[in-house]
Design a protein around this ligand. Structure first.
Ligand SMILES: [Ca+2]
Ligand SMILES: [Ca+2]
Length: 493
């Protein structure tokens, strides 16, 4: 939908301070599922080539066959300076390792078929690469990186562009239960890439991948997505490319008064109407598929019956994550408060008054009992994290058992489903995760209610880091378990 220029979005997870920018959806540079492609296979305002195929659901940039290349480019060159792009895609393959990867482009001219993730080299502008295959054997793929080129540099494939990158982050984007997402924002020469790992469909779970200042890109350009496969192959499916132009509030106001802008809005409404008519017609023609589509929108239907336990684990993880984010925010608040207090204390340094030798301290002093309270609180948190540690090693042990049993009993248990013991162990893991969740919320509450008036005594960042580590650990344990199970399952094919 159109976000009107005068309504800045309250999204605070963005790189640029919220409330100071206005977004406007640019439909002529965007596509999204469902009803992405028209009946004749065209995608409005876009052109695709190579091995790319567009359907109502997505644009398959490459199918999972060897040596494929595909791309899709916006037909129009941009007419705005700053923008934000939300990209939603899936990279799926049967192997533990896939190739080659997917690239997002903003370049002064459209790319053509070439060696850089399906598109041409020596581009002028920005490339954000989702690089699946580890060419330089540094064990650091899948990797997300950005590279700016002025039209002279050749991408160093053998080194995964490691010496040419602007910035990057190590994130796995293959074979996720939900589509992964990236928000690529370019505002006032600052490039920000946020990434959503597709472990849930929770909008809030974007995390920072990179933020680079003083980035210079061509003033006008084309948006494109390309992908390639090599000896190994993945399906590269793009479900959504949503472009919004960004403006300062002042510029947005100016635009609002512009009669041309009103026309754009009117055109968009017309376009939306036409699209809706097409959708209604499609629903009438395909009532069964339409019903299926409604069902797919429901979270529950994303998982099969056997995967219900998995779903619970995902949901548990998601809830834990939210608590952690909350904790993090509270820690930030506490740190700010501490800094302020510190300042106050240093301003109110002992003054040698004429009366006695009694030093006067600023208004906000620390009393002994407060210090004691803080210390006690900290001790409690440390013991809580010790409990969490024990729980995690417990989970680890169970996962190990499960793994060995998974490979051992695979011969008897046909094609997945899992034995009774597997289910029991899974249930144990789930219970442990739930316990952990409870612990986290308790810890969060404790921190929130803690009297934390002054410097020195508060929860150290080490505790927070430890908590984050624990979270990571569970994820890894779970992955190990899942991989083990997958391996066992593969023996039947
Ligand atoms: Ca690579
Ligand atoms: Ca690499």
């Amino acid at each position: 939908m159109v976000t009107n220029a005068q309504n800045p979005t309250p999204n605070s997870s963005q790189g640029v301070a919220a409330g100071t920018i206005a977004r406007r959806f640019e439909y002529k540079y965007s596509f999204k599922s469902p009803y992405l492609a028209q009946k004749d296979g065209t995608v409005p305002f876009f052109e695709y080539s190579g091995n790319a195929i567009a359907s109502e659901e997505s644009v398959r940039i490459t199918p999972s066959l060897r040596s494929q290349k595909g791309m899709i480019w916006s037909r129009l060159v941009t007419s705005f300076d700053w923008w934000e792009v939300e990209l939603q895609f899936r990279v799926t393959g049967r192997g533990r390792i896939g190739a080659d990867g997917l690239a997002f482009w903003y370049t002064s001219t459209k790319g053509f078929e070439g060696p850089v993730f399906g598109s041409s080299d020596k581009w002028n502008g920005l490339g954000v690469f989702f690089d699946s295959f580890d060419n330089d054997n540094k064990h650091n793929n899948p990797y997300i990186m950005s590279m700016v080129n002025d039209g002279t540099k050749a991408y160093d494939h053998q080194k995964d562009g490691s010496t040419q990158q602007l910035a990057g982050c190590l994130r796995d984007f293959r074979n996720k239960p939900f589509p992964v997402r990236a928000k690529i924002e370019f505002f006032k020469n600052t490039l920000t890439v946020m990434f959503h790992n597709g472990m849930s469909n929770n909008e809030k779970e974007f995390e920072m991948c990179m933020r680079v200042e003083n980035v210079v890109l061509p003033k006008n350009g084309y948006f494109g997505i390309s992908a390639a496969t090599g000896g190994l192959a993945d399906d590269h499916d793009v479900l959504k490319l949503s472009v919004s132009s960004l403006r300062t509030l002042e510029d947005a106001k100016k635009l609002d008064d512009d009669p041309d802008s009103k026309k754009v809005l009117h055109d968009f409404e017309e376009y939306e109407k036409k699209l809706k008519e097409q959708k209604d017609q499609w629903r009438k023609d395909n009532p069964e598929e339409a019903a299926k589509k409604v069902a797919e929108d429901d979270w529950d239907n994303w998982f099969s019956e056997q995967d219900k336990e998995l779903q619970q684990i995902y949901q548990g993880q998601s809830a834990m994550r939210e608590v952690m984010t909350d904790l993090h925010r509270k820690m930030d608040e506490i740190i700010t408060r501490q800094e302020r207090t510190l300042q106050l204390v240093s301003q109110g340094k002992p003054q040698q008054g004429g009366g006695g030798g009694q030093p006067q301290i600023g208004v906000d002093t620390i009393r002994r009992d407060e210090v004691n309270a803080v210390l006690a609180n900290q001790k409690e948190i440390v013991s809580a994290s010790r409990d969490i540690k024990n729980l995690v090693s417990d989970i680890h042990g169970k996962t190990g058992q499960l793994l060995s049993r998974g490979t051992g009993s695979a011969q008897q248990v046909a094609g997945g489903g899992g034995s009774y013991q597997d289910q029991q162990a899974l249930r144990d893991i789930r219970d442990s995760v739930n316990n952990l969740k409870k612990e986290f919320s308790q810890t969060a509450q404790k921190i929130a209610s803690s009297p934390c008036p002054n410097s020195g005594g508060c929860v150290s960042t080490t505790v927070l880091v430890a908590l984050l580590g624990v979270q990571l650990f569970i994820l890894i344990s779970f992955m190990m378990y899942r991989d083990g199970k997958e391996k066992a399952a593969k023996k039947y094919y």
